[in-house]
Design a protein around this ligand. Structure first.
Ligand code: ZN
Length: 339
């Protein structure tokens, strides 16, 4: 009950990549880089286990960014044509590669890191992949013409990748769809359909992560424009509740999301964000417990998984360690109080 997990990324150690940065450059190369990624993943598995996290991940130590790490192994994308794009509805401009032909996988993308991670922990293992809509919002299109068509093409190759990862013993595959909170009509028109294509036939649990973005300046500014109550989830939850996805990962702690919206996910398992990733202040276990208890008013304990709000990649390493300990500590407090 109240099994804890993290949304996805954890900070890269300072010897592996420049700290406290998204898209940070690697500090190693060649074979040293490959060993470095593995050593970092081992360190984070140990930290999660020591903290008492129930469903662990490799902390995304093997990829530079959650979208482009996957796209690098996809053909049909021209990395020499970098197009400036205002992603997440112009919240920030990033130079993104361009789709110039039908996309296909060059081969397995994450299999070797999954095999490595699976071999080094006995706990339940979660793996994150970018969702089709978010991929389409992080790449320029000079081939498909319609976003929904490009999303279906990416969903197809995500499904091939996910099936391989699941066969290697991953227990939960999560698709990250921060774009769901931005293009809410598209979620209903084709976003869920694309997710269904991505999860088709998977033997493991499936999840979707929908947040308000990493704790970076652009997102913090954007959040200030969203008013006193953030009700974006309200528009998409009914469709998500009807979907075939098993779990939904959400931003709750320190956000202005009304907890009562969790009621709309009555048929889903809910990963409740109980750790704020936009602040360097480490929560106390009591604060985490309070967030979990609030969520328990709307989600019964059997369906509630305490989690972080989002990835922790841009945080200092010791802050992230403190936060996962607080997450576990908070869940323990609530378990005890429930008897
Ligand atoms: Zn997120």
């Amino acid at each position: 009950m109240l099994e804890t997990t993290i949304a996805g990324s954890l900070p890269k150690p300072e010897w592996l990549a420049e700290p406290e940065k998204l898209w940070a450059q690697w500090r190693l190369e060649g074979a040293s880089l490959e060993y470095g990624k593995r050593d970092a993943a081992l360190m984070w598995l140990k930290q999660q286990e020591d903290a008492g996290i129930d469903i662990v991940s490799n902390g995304e130590q093997f990829r530079q960014h959650f979208v482009h790490g996957f796209l690098q192994q996809v053909s049909g994308i021209d990395w020499n044509i970098m197009t400036p794009m205002g992603i997440r509805d112009n919240r920030y401009v990033v130079d993104v590669p361009t789709v110039t032909a039908a996309v296909s996988r060059k081969g397995p993308v994450h299999s070797s890191e999954v095999r490595f991670t699976r071999a080094h922990t006995k706990r339940l293992l979660k793996f994150t992949l970018p969702g089709p809509m978010t991929i389409c919002d992080t790449i320029a299109d000079n081939y498909y013409g319609r976003r929904s068509d490009m999303a279906m093409a990416f969903a197809e190759i995500l499904n091939q990748e996910a099936a391989e990862i699941a066969a290697l013993g991953v227990n939960v595959i999560q698709f990250d769809e921060p774009a769901f909170n931005v293009f809410r009509d598209d979620v209903k028109d084709w976003g869920i359909e694309a997710l269904h294509r991505a999860i088709a036939g998977l033997p493991c649990k499936t999840a979707v992560h929908i947040c308000y973005g990493y704790g970076i300046e652009e997102n913090v500014k954007w959040k200030k424009t969203l008013g006193s109550e953030w009700r974006q989830y309200e528009e998409i939850f009914p469709a998500i509740n009807r979907s075939r996805i098993d779990q939904v990962s959400l931003e709750c702690a320190n956000s202005k999301v009304p907890m009562s919206l969790l009621r709309l996910l009555r048929d889903k398992e809910v990963m409740v964000g109980a750790i704020d990733v936009a602040s360097h202040t480490v929560e106390t276990s009591e604060q985490v417990a309070a967030t979990i208890k609030q969520a328990l008013q709307y989600v019964d304990a059997a369906r509630l998984f305490p989690c972080t709000n989002c990835g922790m990649a841009p945080l200092p390493r010791d802050v992230a360690v403190g936060k996962i300990r607080a997450l576990s500590g908070g869940a323990n407090l609530v378990r005890r109080s429930l008897g």
